[in-house]
Design a protein around this ligand. Structure first.
Ligand code: GRF
Length: 218
């Protein structure tokens, strides 16, 4: 039985697109069955429609409080009967009640190597700090923003000539690999939570370290 994924988006939806692409593989254990957005004009909704995926719009502007918005959001999510809920560029802070409702089946993709750079403008901040490695994280969502057990991370080198856009593009390409992988592991029952740590059954762990700049290049 394919697991049902509901994806929450606020914008472009390229991570949603990557999930939809991955799920075309007959071996993929899940399908995106519903997309919910807080923005009527989100690109992610167009991607969903183009792939015959059901959509809902729950506008935060139509609700007086965060609690009221989250209750409406939860009603839309519940109606989609998800096995897993994925935040893929969903730009609203969720209430503890919402997070608790989907505890253990709510994943987020974030464009930094958490716990470094939670929040916004991650690439700008990483460049300003002069870090040599950037990357992305897929993690379980807890009530604190961009905190929660980490399922997978991908690191990329920061190049001397990088600007925010070039670094964002390099990280985004990795988001598009790591998110579908993490979702597949979850849906195949290969993820176990041990306190703050996540173990992925039969996962490949590379031996090589990513060293930047690489002494080997001299
Ligand atoms: C991604 O960088 C994601 O990590 C962050 O917001 C961006 C969304 O991009 N949370 P997209 O809408 O998936 O293209």
């Amino acid at each position: 039985m394919l697991k049902r994924i509901t994806v929450l988006v606020s914008g472009r939806g390229s991570n949603l697109g990557a999930l939809v692409e991955a799920s075309r593989d007959p071996r993929y254990p899940a399908a995106v069955t519903h997309v919910v957005s807080n923005k009527r004009d989100a690109g992610g909704l167009a991607i969903a429609r183009a792939n015959a995926i059901a959509t809902s719009v729950v506008e935060h502007t139509a609700h007086a409080t965060r609690e009221a918005f989250d209750a409406a959001l939860a009603a839309a999510v519940d109606a989609s009967e998800p096995d897993l809920v994925v935040l893929a560029g969903f730009m609203r802070v969720l209430t503890p009640a919402f997070v608790a409702r989907y505890a253990g089946r709510l994943l987020n993709v974030h464009p930094s190597l958490l716990p470094a750079y939670p929040g916004l403008h991650t690439h700008r901040r990483a460049l300003a700090d002069g870090v040599r490695l950037a990357g992305c994280t897929v993690h379980f969502v807890t009530s604190e923003v961009d905190v929660g057990p980490i399922v997978a991370q991908a690191a990329v080198p920061v190049r001397d000539d990088d600007d925010e856009d070039s670094l964002a593009a390099r990280v985004l390409a990795e988001e598009h690999r790591v998110l579908p992988a993490a979702v597949a592991w979850f849906c195949a029952g290969r993820i176990a939570l041990h306190g703050a740590r996540v173990r992925v059954q039969d996962a490949l762990i590379p031996q090589a370290a990513l060293v930047v700049p690489s002494p080997a290049a001299d």
